[in-house]
Structures are given as structure tokens and as C-alpha cells.
Design a protein around this ligand. Structure first.
Ligand code: GLV
Ligand code: GLV
Length: 329
């Protein structure tokens, strides 16, 4: 343990809930970017100088160039479960631990998935716009009809924690559950979910939920061909990463009503969103809110802090992406 006065420095790239900052300040001199925006790559590089660690956001790209320019950094503690913003291979080569926040945001993200599913199927966001525009003329038997959820088929792509939590919620709606994953999942199957090929899942599901991390294998996984397999009444929900879907193919399918709708929390070029989406009534657009609850963000703050502190103490962090760095010296 370093004595007071010689605490190493840590950079926190955005304001995060207090609980994590309190923990960090017991072990580190904490420097926070208090501005309500992500640091540019240049600012990031400058502010990382002389730091032992960083609590990093998804908007901070730790690519090979950034990582190779760093000296002395020992931990990139990502304030997210997904870590596609970090070049883990280069970090590992440099002996930098990469940690993330799995588990604590599983339920919040699965809830968001269902929020988007319900909003898209029952046209809630569209209805809100209609009411605000003063266009509600009274109940009508054929007005704004959507789709049932109960007893329909949901296809879950990915069988990790979040996909499984989506399956759990699906059981409450009496849905038939299909899933696609490279590995059979006992947790999924204990919920009554059936493992199928991606093709079969796309062809049979009324709702399709993407719950995979972004990797070279999942990038562009849902393209023109895959969307072409979906039913005309189907609704696609993406709370994973924008890059998993070919957005152009999705926009065309929504425009031509080849599928019924979509609910998106993530985008390919966040925070930039393709203008075509704004013109479509059958897509619900959320601003990456999957883990955005008071409770969950506090837990992420605590876990991200504890991960960094563990690296400082030479202990194994609760959630480490590249554990090999811990044993390589
Ligand atoms: C958010 O998208 C996360 O990966 O935690
Ligand atoms: C993330 O927490 C996942 O494993 O789905």
C-alpha cells in the first residue's frame, strides 16, 4: 500500500456516481474530466500522462496508437460491460490490465430490451408523438394497432447474462423462446429456451433481441441476407452494439415494411445517427440507455473503482478481461 502523499494518479474520463470516486480517492489522487463530454483523443493522451490507471468510457478509444503512446499506465477500467473500445491485444502486450463491469448491469439492460420491445410493438413512442402534436381525436377501433407480445416467439441472439435475463422476462409474457449461441446454455434451456440456428431463429421469431458483444464474429452479423429471412410482422431490438447490424439494410427493410419495426438503443456511429431513421415511424430510438438507472450506474461506479484498486494492490480484479497480464511479470 502506498503511503499517503505518494498515491498514484488515476484519470476518470467523465463524471461518475460518487460511490466509486470515494473508493478511488482512498487509494489514488483522482483527476476527473468534469466537462459534460468525452475527451478528444488528443486530450485523452495528454491527461493519461503520469497516470497509473483510468476509469474509461465507451467514447474513449484505446486503440493501438493510444495504448502504444502510454508509459506507466497499468489499468484501463472500462465503465461498461462491453470493451470493444479497447484494443485488448495491444493492452495485454503492454502489460495493461483491462477490466469491465459485467453482471451489475444485466437486469437494467434486459429491462431496456423489453422497454424497447413493448414500445415498438405497442407503438408507445409513436403514440406519445401523436398526443403531443394534438392529434389524438379519441379512441377508435382501428387506431394505432400494434402487435401482441404474449404467446409470441422471441429469438434471442446471444446466451450470456443479458440474453438469459431477456429470456427470463420473456417467460413472464408466456413467450416461446428460441436462442442462438455458439455454446449451449443450460441457464437458457432451464427457462424453456430452445437452441436453434441463426437462420431458423430469424425465420421463426416475432421479436428478435440482439444480446451479443461486439467482436469480429458479430460485426455485421445481421445484414441484408439475415434481415431478408425475418417475418414481415417481426420486430428487431438492439441493445448490444450498433455495429452488429447493417443499418442501411435495416433502414431499407423498415422503409419497405419488410419487417414491422425496430427498437434501437445503440448505433453504428454513436452519437451520430443516420438521418433516415428519423423519418421512419416504425422505429423507436433510444440514446444508449441500457444501463442508465441510478442503482445500476452506482454499482458500475463501485465495480469500476474496485477493479482499478485491485490492480493497484496486485490482487485479481472482480472482472478482468485479460487476466494473463496479472501473471506475466
Ligand atoms: C454499455 O453499452 C456497456 O457495454 O456497458
Ligand atoms: C453481459 O453481462 C453478458 O454476458 O451478457
Amino acid at each position: 500500500m502506498p503511503s499517503t502523499g505518494s498515491h498514484p494518479k488515476i484519470l476518470v474520463t467523465r463524471q461518475i456516481p460518487e460511490v466509486g470516486l470515494k473508493l478511488l480517492s482512498k487509494h489514488f489522487v483522482v483527476e476527473i474530466n468534469k466537462e459534460d463530454r468525452d475527451l478528444s483523443q488528443r486530450e485523452l493522451l495528454r491527461r493519461l500522462k503520469g497516470k497509473f490507471g483510468v476509469i474509461a468510457m465507451l467514447g474513449n478509444k484505446f486503440d493501438a496508437h493510444v495504448i502504444s503512446s502510454l508509459d506507466g499506465l497499468k489499468v484501463i477500467s472500462n465503465f461498461a460491460v462491453g470493451y470493444n473500445n479497447v484494443d485488448v491485444k495491444t493492452a495485454t502486450e503492454k502489460g495493461i490490465a483491462v477490466t469491465n463491469t459485467p453482471g451489475v448491469l444485466t437486469d437494467a439492460t434486459a429491462d431496456m430490451t423489453f422497454g424497447l420491445l413493448l414500445a415498438a410493438a405497442r407503438r408507445i413512442a409513436e403514440g406519445d408523438r401523436l398526443v403531443r402534436a394534438g392529434k389524438f381525436k379519441g379512441w377508435a377501433p382501428m387506431m394505432m394497432l400494434g402487435h401482441d407480445i404474449s404467446a409470441k416467439t422471441i429469438g434471442i441472439v446471444g446466451a450470456g447474462r443479458i440474453g438469459t435475463a431477456v429470456a427470463m422476462r420473456s417467460t413472464g409474457f408466456g413467450m416461446r423462446i428460441l436462442y442462438f449461441s455458439h455454446k449451449r446454455s443450460e441457464a437458457m434451456e432451464s427457462l424453456g429456451a430452445r437452441a436453434v440456428s441463426l437462420e431458423k431463429l430469424l425465420a421463426q421469431s416475432d421479436f428478435i433481441s440482439l444480446n451479443v458483444p461486439l467482436t469480429p464474429e458479430t460485426r455485421g452479423m445481421i445484414g441484408k441476407k439475415e434481415i431478408g429471412l425475418m417475418k414481415s410482422n417481426s420486430i428487431l431490438i438492439n441493445t448490444a452494439r450498433g455495429e452488429v447490424v447493417d443499418e442501411y439494410a435495416l433502414i431499407l427493410a423498415l422503409k419497405k415494411k419488410k419487417i414491422a419495426g425496430a427498437g434501437l438503443d445503440v448505433y453504428r456511429n454513436e452519437p451520430k445517427i443516420r438521418g433516415e431513421f428519423f423519418k421512419l415511424g416504425n422505429v423507436v430510438l433510444a440514446p444508449h440507455l441500457g444501463s442508465a438507472t441510478f442503482e445500476t450506474r452506482a454499482k458500475m461506479s463501485e465495480l469500476a473503482a474496485m477493479n482499478a484498486i485491485a490492480v493497484l494492490k496486485g490482487e485479481r480484479p472482480q472482472a478482468i478481461v485479460n487476466p494473463e497480464v496479472l501473471y506475466s511479470e
